[in-house]
Design a protein. Structure first.
Length: 131
């Protein structure tokens, strides 16, 4: 629920307020250092962006820089097995923000992910949608 309307039906990430134009992209600082970038909306002033947890890739090593992709260092806070989707919902702290990602149990096990582990969260600018 955002501003009185349903904007998501799952464990999506909502980044509201603090967006500003920076070098042709929208930028929002997450507090404590990191920032995320998105393409500007087609019309109107942006106030909030949604990010589907399935659009966030997790890695234990810092990935190579990619054009138009956010790469944020975070720390795992919680991991929950979702029986209905046979996925692991990972919750990580990135600066002062909380970011959720959905990955397979096999991937979580292969990276030896546990709470307090350092991870890198990667998602393309285009994955953020304006609400």
């Amino acid at each position: 629920l955002y501003m009185g309307k349903v904007v998501s039906g799952g464990a999506d990430n909502l980044f509201s307020g603090g967006w500003r134009l920076d070098g042709g992209y929208m930028m929002r600082e997450l507090g404590g250092g990191p920032a995320i970038f998105a393409y500007p909306p087609a019309a109107g002033a942006p106030s909030a962006a949604m990010l589907n947890a399935a659009d966030v890739a997790i890695s234990s090593e810092c990935p190579q820089q990619a054009d138009c992709a956010n790469i944020i260092r975070g720390r795992v806070l919680q991991m929950t097995y979702e029986r209905a989707s046979d996925a692991v919902l990972l919750t990580a702290a990135a600066g002062e923000a909380i970011i959720r990602a959905r990955l397979t149990p096999t991937a979580a096990e292969a990276m030896s992910l546990v709470p307090s582990a350092e991870v890198y969260l990667t998602f393309p600018y285009a994955a953020l949608r304006w609400v």
